[in-house]
Design a binder for this molecule. Structure first.
Ligand SMILES: Nc1ncnc2c1ncn2[C@@H]1O[C@H](COP(=O)(O)OP(=O)(O)O)[C@@H](O)[C@H]1O
Ligand SMILES: O=C(O)C[C@@H](O)[C@H](O)C(=O)COP(=O)(O)O
Length: 334
């Protein structure tokens, strides 16, 4: 059994809070940005991608965020609605803020980077007073994402969501989603990440992201077990540390640990791996599957997304993930 108990009698399974942006993914792959001239537009932003992933897997979902009052903002809201995501708490900015853009550079299947345009973005202007208590009260699982902690007022909006989630018994997952360019100081970053993490039941991050959080601590060996153990003194029940293609390791409050390998994939680009992994893993936990099976599901969803051109639009359905796992296991048993 999964060690997490989700509340029942809620109208939504999953609500994410944070950024709604646009990804512009290079069409000409395997070359630098300087030589790239055309891009395909997708909805992006890590929490948006995870929410779309959960919706594709059949979960009842909703989003708390802010979009620009422009064509891009309307494109985002329309796409969420087409995917059955409740947009009742997606607020439209009225200050002239813009939509965040992420241009992706795909130099090779293993060498990808992102060029972010994030000055005066609408997503960081979500206010605490704009977070509706009823949407958080009505969900089994709330996901927060670290980038929304980078500035006020979005930072306070995240803490308000956490307060509502605690008040109404929602399980809270934190995808660390550390994007250095959004932050001004490493000390400030670590302080706010740690304050938020103390309140969360599930922490998911890469080794590098946890290293950033351990700025004030002593873990010179970057020991995963040491990293995870600390959080069990707070609210955490599961801590996952991701290691890219090397797979991931989960630690649970009951003292168990679980490793997941990555699946073989025809990798087009590396981004999107973490978001699809989070969606697949959280979906598994919500089915009350054991942690190891949920991790396998997340890894399979990630392999599907890294083999595709987009992040959001490539999020798989449960049927696609099941089929992928079956075929992969048949091709290379164990
Ligand atoms: N090249 C790859 N091939 C197949 N699966 C991958 C690859 N890279 C990552 N994954 C899967 O995605 C998961 C998350 O990837 P990771 O790179 O650690 O996260 P992030 O995208 O947040 O940096 C991994 O645990 C693995 O299962
Ligand atoms: O999060 C963003 O703003 C950009 C994403 O939409 C992007 O495509 C990406 O980087 C996904 O990140 P990952 O899943 O952590 O690899």
């Amino acid at each position: 059994m999964s060690s997490i108990r989700f509340p029942d009698q809620k109208t939504l399974d999953f609500v994410a809070v944070g950024r709604l942006c646009i990804d512009l993914n290079a069409n000409e792959i395997n070359r630098p940005m300087e030589d790239t001239v055309t891009f395909t537009k997708y909805v992006g932003g890590s929490p948006a991608n995870i929410c779309i992933g959960m919706a594709r897997l059949g979960m009842q979902t909703g989003f708390i965020g802010k979009v620009a009052d422009d064509q891009m903002g309307r494109f985002i809201v329309r796409y969420l609605e087409q995917n059955g995501i409740d947009t009742g708490n997606v607020v439209t900015d009225d200050t002239g803020a813009v939509t965040g853009l992420a241009f992706t550079e795909i130099k090779s299947p293993s060498d990808c980077s992102i060029l972010m345009y994030r000055d005066n973005v609408a997503d960081l202007l979500l206010k605490a007073s704009e977070v509706k208590e009823e949407i958080v009260a009505g969900t089994k699982l709330l996901l927060i994402s670290g980038t929304a902690l980078a500035q006020s007022p979005s930072r306070e909006a995240v803490f308000q969501s956490l307060e509502y989630a605690k008040r109404h018994g929602a399980v809270i997952a934190f995808d660390l989603d550390y994007r250095p360019y959004t932050w001004t100081s490493e000390e400030e970053t670590a302080a706010y990440y740690n304050l938020a993490a103390e309140k969360c039941d599930i922490l998911i991050g890469t080794r590098e992201e946890f290293d950033m959080m351990e700025r004030f601590e002593d873990n010179p060996g970057h020991d995963d077990n040491k990293t995870a153990s600390k959080w069990f003194d707070y609210s955490a029940q599961i801590v996952i540390i991701k290691h890219g293609k090397e797979g991931s390791i989960a630690y649970a409050k009951d003292g168990s640990s679980h490793r997941a390998k990555s699946f073989k994939a025809n990798v087009v680009k590396t981004f999107g791996a973490g978001d699809s992994y989070a969606a697949g893993f959280l979906y598994g936990l919500m089915q009350q599957w054991p942690i190891a099976k949920s991790m396998e599901y997340g890894s399979a969803a990630a392999a599907i997304v890294v083999s595709s051109h987009s992040c959001s639009d490539a999020m798989p359905t449960a049927e696609q993930v099941n089929d992928f796992i079956e075929k992969s296991n048949a091709a290379s048993p164990n």
